[in-house]
Every structure is written in C-alpha cells, then in structure tokens.
Design a protein around this ligand. Structure first.
Ligand SMILES: C[S@@+](CC[C@H](N)C(=O)[O-])C[C@H]1O[C@@H](n2cnc3c(N)ncnc32)[C@H](O)[C@@H]1O
Ligand code: SF4
Length: 341
C-alpha cells in the first residue's frame, strides 16, 4: 500500500502549502484545519465544503492521520488506559483521568525513553522511537472522551524535551485559534530537566512546566536518574529561578516518594532549600512498584509528614492521588506493548 502523509500534525502554513499543491485556494487550509481540529473528521471525504475534485486530489497523497486506539481498558476508579500504534516495534499508551470537573489526558511523546530512570517502566524498556506531532495529536483527538478533555499533560511515555519539535508542534496545534484553540494553561509538560529543551519550551510556548526531581541530593538523584550526571538538577533550578513563573505559567516539581529512600525530613528540608526563590509547587507522587526495582511506596502518614514539612517551610506541596493502578496506568507504569510478528 502506498504511504499517505497525515494532515493532523500540520500547522496552518503547512496546510496552506498542501492546499496550493493540490490546486486549492489558500482559504481551503483554514477549512481543512477546521475539519481536522474542530470538527475532528477521520476521513478526507468528510470535509464536505471542499469540492469533490479537491478531496479526491488530496486523498491521493494525504490521509487525515486519525488512528483509532488499538485497545481501551477501564479502571475501577474511572481512569481509562488507551493503547495506540507507536514507533518501530512498540505501541504507546495514553491515560484519561477524570477528576470532578476535570478530565485530563496523559499523553506519550515517545515509544520508550532514552533517559533510563531506574524506577520507570518506560525507561526500563529502552528507546524505540519518537512520536510524530500527528501521533501525539491523534491521542488527543481519538480517545472516546476527546470532546470533554479539559487538560493535557505530557507525562506518559517518553521525555518531551528529547522530541521537542514534535511536542512544540502539538502544543501549537492545541493552542492556535485555527487548531483546538485551548488556553496553554490547560497543558503541562513534564521533564527530567534538560536545560536546552527547557529553554526552548519556555521561549516557544506558554504551557506549564513540571520538573521531575525525586531527590534534592545530586549523587542520590544520579543513581535513580542518569540525566543528573549530564545536567545536575541544582543547575536546572538555577535556570528556572531566573524565569518569571509568577503570572501566566506554573512551575511544579514532581517528587516520587520511595520508602526509606527519599521520604524523610532531611530530604524535605533539602528540597525546600533547593526550591527557595522559585515559586515552584511540589507534587508528591506515591511510588508505583515496577518489576526489577526494589523500592516500595511509603506509608500515607510519612507522605503527609513530608508534605506538612514542606508547607511549613513555605513550599506549597500536595499529595497527588494515585489513579489507575489496577490497570497499570499510574505514573511510571506505562509500558506499551511489543508488536508480534
Ligand atoms: C513517566 S514520566 C514522563 C515525563 C518525563 N519523562 C518525566 O520524567 O518527567 C512522568 C512522571 O512519572 C514519574 N514516574 C516514573 N516512574 C514512576 C513510578 N514507578 N512511580 C511513580 N512515579 C513514577 C516520573 O518520575 C515523572 O515525574
Ligand atoms: S521517568 Fe520520564 S524520563 Fe525517566 S525513563 Fe520514565 S519517561 Fe523517561
């Protein structure tokens, strides 16, 4: 079968060149964007305000790029995990998390991950390829709850700063008036903290940033997260300290708590020192045990004491509710699936 290029994942300028290439007027680009990102059609033939001839010409080279999920699994707590076609031999997962009046989709940016964090299922499977902007946007458009999503978090499989062009393009499509027209305040990108990527993300978008810290001590963090050796978290925080997060965008810190490893008052105090002067809020995440990594989750009381200590030291901290554990959909549990044959 001949390969057709996907239209989702294209911005307005690219849709304009597609229109020109297919002999359509320039305004057809906006019509296509409207069909793709607002009306969310899955077939070019459904773009009924384009002439039949234009649709036929378009369909010779392009497809919408919409792909149905391969699988949908529901958790007892309402969380839903989706499996999508990914890159090379791996599929990727997206997780829909309903919460009162919010409906958040946690999307993947890569199949696997190169960062090799010891405690993360995605990291443990290695790197299998970047997702295209079309594949990222497809997760958002093709889940059953697409129309009712209120938030998107790049906290699924992969390190967004390692596939930044596609991530920034997806954010452009999500926020542009010709795209989904979302406020950037509805989007959060989570990163292990590669300074070049963070700088670009801050320059090119207005989304919220979440930094995965997990230990305020360099050598301990390096044991869990090899990226620490290349980019010490203290230097990343220094970079962020110089940026004004006060108004439009929010900086948060992800801190996955492991019993007896990073959950005592010494860690809380050092974390508070590290974050002083940054406006960062801390999200405390209970560790989700994964095969091959020996740590356990702390008791609830230990997490509360840690949170209270941070709050007492002037750092806003909250404990993030753990969701979708029964279907392996919680933070760090996403593994996708190896394709057979
Ligand atoms: C899977 S990562 C994806 C985004 C990005 N790569 C990052 O690390 O920030 C999202 C969050 O899940 C956390 N996480 C990974 N494995 C976990 C586990 N086993 N238990 C709890 N949280 C985990 C990560 O540390 C990170 O804060
Ligand atoms: S925690 Fe994030 S950066 Fe680390 S391996 Fe998992 S997905 Fe990659």
């Amino acid at each position: 079968m001949e390969y057709l290029s996907p239209l989702i994942g294209m911005n307005l300028a690219e849709l304009e060149s597609v229109a020109a290439g297919c002999g359509m007027p320039r305004y057809a680009a906006r019509q296509m964007a409207d069909w793709l990102y607002q009306k969310r059609v899955a077939k070019i033939d459904d773009m009924t305000n384009l002439s039949k001839r234009a649709r036929a010409t378009l369909a010779e080279v392009y497809c919408t790029g919409r792909e149905e999920p391969l699988k949908r699994v529901s958790s007892a707590d309402g969380t839903v995990k989706y499996l999508f076609r990914g890159a090379s031999d791996r599929d990727v997962e997206a997780v829909m998390i309903p919460d009162h009046d919010r409906c958040t989709l946690c999307v993947s940016s890569q199949a696997g991950c190169r960062m090799n964090c010891a405690f993360c299922m995605t990291g443990r499977q290695g790197f299998h390829g970047n997702l295209s902007a079309a594949q990222i946007i497809n997760q958002i458009l093709s889940v059953e709850e697409s129309e009712s999503l209120t938030n998107v978090v790049f906290m699924g499989m992969g390190e967004p700063t390692d596939n930044l062009d596609a991530v920034v393009r997806a954010i452009e499509i999500l926020t542009a008036t010709w795209g989904l027209a979302w406020s950037p305040k509805r989007i959060t990108v989570s990163t292990v903290g590669r300074p070049d990527g963070i700088r670009r993300l801050l320059d090119m978008t207005k989304v919220h940033l979440a930094l995965s810290v997990h230990s305020p001590f360099g050598s301990e963090r390096a044991d869990m997260m090899p990226v620490e050796r290349a980019y010490p978290v203290a230097e990343v925080i220094e970079l962020l300290r110089g940026h004004d997060f006060a108004h439009q965008r929010r900086l948060s810190v992800e801190y996955t708590m492991m019993k007896g490893k990073n959950d005592d008052i010494r860690h809380a105090d050092a974390l508070a020192r590290l974050l002083r002067g940054t406006d960062a809020r801390v999200n405390l995440i209970r560790f989700h045990p994964v095969p091959g990594y020996d740590e356990k989750a702390p008791e609830a009381g230990v997490m509360t004491a840690f949170r209270d200590r941070l709050n007492a030291l002037g750092i806003t901290a909250t404990i993030r509710a753990s969701r979708g554990e029964d279907i392996d959909a919680a933070c760090g549990m996403l593994a996708g699936k190896e394709k057979k044959g």
